[in-house]
Ligand binder design. Structure first.
Ligand code: FE2
Length: 681
């Protein structure tokens, strides 16, 4: 180095740059990494990040520090440009940096969150972490990079229509065409791949998957089931025939969403007091008045053409069920009509009928519940909505926006799991299409009807509970835990959003926020005003409510309707995926033999069991609600709010655990410690 060069170097302004690479082993890059610092007053040259660690500076988990020299001060850092190039003879590899910190000569440190893959040699720009709405992003370079980012995202995340009448989804050619940032991790891919292939083998059912014969006795079914049990699935196997357990499931099983208080008898359910109550002891009108009567109405399944499975016509009913709360707070089914239109060949079944008449009627209700739950409650109202929320966020909201920082943890793995669900479950060759009674043509109709009957209020738990008249029912743990969770999430969201949005006017003028909601209205709810979904936000309160609903749906609600799938569906007779005989048209024609012939055949049973097993199994890189392993926020307040949020979730989790100790069937699906941040399975 010449004397002049040394003098110049002494005059140079020095920036300390610290780069953190993510922990998993595959996050490492051995390529050369370059950085350019861009600030309000100038920029550095593109500088090679080189220190004594040499090529090992960017290995997994490593935090490496470098010096970047500039001829003059760059002012306040706005963004960094990162790129990497392989050394000669080395191949290009993929790198997952967590963040970069830049310490300026005045000692101030600026944080640049990254948390995404860099797989190529292109230049990638990352903004300084302080959240900025579009109207406060005033520096021209900041605005320019914001625009570039959104232009790229619009290309990476485009809308597609899988089937008319369903919410739109992300256009994906195959799992490897998904942008890296939203793909499964290596752990998740290996575990999920293993489970998908080995589901049937894991359950020890390999030899049975080809058998299209009916079950001939319950012992065979018991034997098949004994390979994999959970505490609850075992309980289900023992109690599935009992009326009290049948009623219990509508409060705390996998579908706690259909039951509603009945204040007036549906016109198409002509039950009379004489049918229900002996010797005129009670009247239905009185019982309804007291709030003791509840209704399950599967009207969305009416008039559908059921599937053909293994060459045999299947049967799917659209039942109406009345339940009564007894003085000891048990919910007992008291009448079942299996089709919507009253007729002589559509008897109203009663608990006083023969054992198998009543059991068969309940079987058809449980099988209808499989379709209602999987298509409406699980697929549409959690998976497909979560995808819409995520795609709209990724297309319209840049990383530096506070909404991106708040919601990105709740999008993890959703795009890939939904792609796989379309491929493996509901495509022409999917398990659901091949084996469920509502697979194929009926599925499209159910999804369309479900979407057109979906309302914003039914997605907001406090309103949903009130609308269904379910505020007072005892032992409704889904409601008890869910309302507390809603409240905790709501306060957290309110804290974060009111830190950034000081007035309704700020919400109104945030064009990115408005584009996020208008895309959700258009692509998620197909512009149906009757849903009540906002088309734009006019106030902070409205924004807080909607974002609360988004986080609740992706975490709590999905957990409530997903986690118990094997618990309640593993023992097949409790939730048959399909049924092979029509329901009895007159009373007194059923027996154990007719029930066994009605149940799905052996191969259908095995496919159903392995699917619910797979869908109930979280991966080991599960991130629980309230955990934020990625540090997208740079301000102190959001971190303090996250800490409070975690504290409140812990208290709730502990209270749920204490409550559960006293229960025959613990209700764990809304325990925050056991639920994932996002729809990931
Ligand atoms: Fe799920």
């Amino acid at each position: 180095m010449s004397v002049k060069e040394t003098q110049n170097r002494v005059k140079m302004v020095s920036y300390k740059v610290t780069v953190s690479t993510a922990i998993p082993a595959y996050a490492t890059t051995l390529n050369n990494v370059f950085i350019k610092l861009v600030g309000t007053d100038g920029e550095s040259d593109r500088s090679w990040l080189c220190n004594l660690s040499g090529p090992l500076a960017f290995t997994a988990g490593k935090v490496s520090t470098f010096t970047v020299l500039c001829p003059v001060s760059i002012g306040k850092p706005i963004l960094i440009e990162l790129d990497k190039k392989p050394l000669l003879l080395f191949r290009e590899d993929s790198w997952f940096p967590d963040k970069v910190e830049v310490e300026c000569p005045d000692g101030d440190t600026y944080n640049f969150p990254i948390y995404r893959w860099i797989t190529d040699s292109e230049v990638h720009r990352f903004r300084e972490g302080t959240a900025l709405r579009v109207f406060e992003d005033i520096h021209h370079l900041g605005r320019y990079s914001r625009e570039l980012e959104l232009n790229q995202r619009e290309k990476d995340y485009s809308w597609d229509v899988y089937s008319e009448g369903m919410p739109h989804n992300m256009k994906v050619e195959g799992p490897l065409s998904l942008p890296c940032e939203v793909r499964f991790s290596f752990t998740k891919t290996t575990e999920f791949g293993f489970t998908a292939l080995a589901g049937i083998a894991e359950l020890g059912l390999k030899g049975l998957s080809g058998s299209e014969s009916s079950w001939t006795n319950m012992d065979d079914l018991n034997r098949v089931f004994c390979n994999k049990r959970t505490d609850i699935s075992e309980y289900v196997q023992e109690h599935w025939k009992e009326d009290a357990f049948f009623g219990y499931q509508y409060l705390n099983g996998v579908n706690p969403m259909l039951i509603q208080r009945c204040t007036a008898l549906p016109k198409n359910l002509p039950v009379t007091d004489d049918m229900l109550f002996l010797h005129g002891q009670r009247s239905l009108a009185d019982e309804m008045k007291k709030g003791n009567i509840f209704l399950l109405d599967y009207k969305r399944l009416d008039g559908l053409t059921a599937n053909i499975v293994n060459g045999k016509q299947q049967y799917l009913m659209a039942p109406l069920v009345l339940l009564q709360k007894t003085p000891d707070d048990t919910l007992m089914p008291i009448a079942i009509q299996l089709k919507q239109t009253p007729a002589d060949d559509n008897p109203i079944f009663l608990p006083t009928d023969s054992e198998y008449d009543w059991l068969t009627a309940k079987l058809f209700v449980r099988s209808a519940d499989f379709s209602e739950h999987q298509l409406n409650v699980h697929l549409l109202r959690t998976h497909l909505l979560a995808e819409v929320f995520a795609v709209s966020l990724l297309r319209n909201v840049p990383m530096v926006h506070p909404l991106y920082k708040l919601l990105i943890p709740h999008t993890r793995y959703t795009l890939q799991i939904n792609f796989l669900a379309r491929l493996a479950l509901i495509s022409e060759t999917g398990v659901f299409t091949k084996f469920a009674s509502s697979g194929g043509e009926a599925m499209g109709t159910i999804l369309k009807r479900s979407l057109s009957s979906m309302t914003y209020s039914s997605l907001c738990m406090p309103e949903d509970i009130a609308e269904r008249g379910m505020e007072e029912v005892p032992n409704y743990y889904y409601r008890d835990d869910g309302l507390k969770l809603w409240d905790i999430i709501q306060r957290f969201v309110e804290g974060v959003l009111t830190f950034y949005y000081k007035s309704d006017e700020e919400v109104e003028k945030d064009t990115e926020l408005q584009k996020w909601i208008s895309d959700i209205f258009e692509h998620g709810f197909l512009s149906q005003k009757s849903t009540g979904i906002p088309q734009r936000f006019t106030s902070v309160a409205e924004l807080v409510k909607f974002v609360t609903m988004v986080i609740f749906t992706c975490s709590a609600q999905h957990s409530a309707v997903n986690t118990g799938q094997y618990d309640y569906g593993g023992w097949m007779p409790n939730t048959p995926i399909s049924l092979q005989l029509p329901p009895p048209t007159t009373k007194g024609t059923t027996s154990e033999a007719t029930m066994l012939n009605t149940l799905p055949d052996v191969s259908t049973t095995v496919q159903g069991m392995s699917t619910v097993w797979l869908l109930s199994k979280p991966s080991s890189d599960f991130v629980t609600l309230g955990q934020f392993p990625e540090g997208h926020f740079s301000e102190v307040i959001p971190w303090e709010l996250m800490k409070d949020f975690q504290g409140e979730l812990e208290v709730l989790s502990a209270a749920i655990e204490v409550r559960n100790r006293k229960l025959d069937i613990p209700y764990t699906y809304l325990d925050p410690a056991k639920m994932e941040n996002s729809v990931a399975i």
